[in-house]
Design a binder for this molecule. Sequence first.
Ligand SMILES: Nc1ncnc2c1ncn2[C@@H]1O[C@H](COP(=O)(O)OP(=O)(O)O)[C@@H](O)[C@H]1O
Ligand SMILES: N[C@@H](CC(=O)OP(=O)(O)O)C(=O)O
Length: 453
Amino acid sequence: MKVVKFGGSSLATGAQLEKVLNIVMADSNRKVVVVSAPGKRYGQDIKVTDLLIECAEKALRNEDYGEPLACVLERYESIAKELELPNDIIEEINDNFRELLNGDKTSRNRYLDAVKASGEDNNAKLVAKFFQSRGIDAHYVNPKDAGLFVTDESGNAQVLPESYENLFSLRDRAGIIIFPGFFGFTKEGEVVTFSRSGSDITGSILANGVKADLYENFTDVDAVYSVNPTIVPNPKEITVLTYREMRELSYAGFSVFHDEALIPAFRAGIPVNVKNTNNPSAPGTRIVNKRENINGPVVGIASDKGFCSIYVSKYLMNREIGFGRRLLMILEDYGLSYEHTPSGIDDITVILRQNQMDQYTEEDIINRIKSELAADEVKVEHDLALLMIVGEGMRHNVGTTARAAKALANAGVNIEMINQGSSEVSMMFGVKEANERRAVQAIYEEFFVAVPV
Ligand SMILES: Nc1ncnc2c1ncn2[C@@H]1O[C@H](COP(=O)(O)OP(=O)(O)O)[C@@H](O)[C@H]1O
Ligand SMILES: N[C@@H](CC(=O)OP(=O)(O)O)C(=O)O
């Protein structure tokens, strides 16, 4: 049995839905189909989820949300028209959006989650109707009925372990299951969404739950590339990756697959195959436990912007037991999560996403570090990009850091910091955001063009 997830780009138009139907029908093992909300039809288009967030934010501010709502309704209507579906499904969808937007706003988070989730929920109903209109035995299944229970963390839910057992019974259902991605229910019956792009997570949870043989993740590229194709044109395709490599790359910026979608599949030993809806015969990228060919040190290079660093120095920091803990406790007081903490004898740097901290929080934190930890110097640097070089082969190869550092130096990029992951599967370079593209291109050139792996 296979679980198949289609991303928003695969469901953006009626023509895309025709491709989805053909893919599902081409293999009788494709039993569970997870769908996102309609995504972008072209580069500058707006995803339905973003339109819904705009509606909800406006409604919460008591502003008129007619315009974004009209765009949402138009997206579903045009798909239904293109596929010549009966009008009742569109009426049902329109009523549902209107009802939800008029719903209870006492809790901002609950309201936002309910509105966001309705993008996938209504799309699953639409896709099921479409399949049925073509004489296929397909059924919409609601995550609550299936027992997909999650933690009560708005916009950031995590699956509750009992869900896996509940979902196993989906195997016994007749026909093809059309399941909305991106959300689950708390034990109290409230809708809570995963983080953005979280339909990948739903697919992985379902694959684990039904003990699938394969989790196929259909998107709009032929493969996971060794670098973001918007930074390097026509990059090398990756044929096989380990779960660990993919998780590192996803976390560091490969938006093609959600980093939290690896664990459920990994735990059940289910391989993941990233494939292209627009070119389904291409083999895509397989994500597995172990790969044979680890001759080249680097499998992929990911990058992301929007980081800052808090540099703290104090003479004899090395002798002060508990300094690092007390520093991190200050950050914890503000609910901040951090990414890396490179350190030296008398200094430590904490790297974090800068959108977690406004100017006042930052000033507070600096003052507290100075006064409570008696630091000699505290400096915050903004607008950093983190580059992550990933590959299981790095463990066995000498000189990878030197090659990367030399490539950056030759490209005139100053390295703000370096951190080697203790797993030795990844290495991080911090550079100024303005140098991000140049840095990624230089490292790609070094590991994939100059000496191809
Ligand atoms: N290393 C990479 N390999 C492939 N695609 C990548 C990579 N990094 C970023 N992307 C982007 O991810 C996009 C696919 O992810 P996403 O937009 O979430 O698709 P979907 O709509 O199927 O969920 C691609 O179109 C591509 O621009
Ligand atoms: N629609 C949601 C969830 C999702 O996974 O979407 P996509 O498959 O289009 O990335 C989002 O935009 O976050």
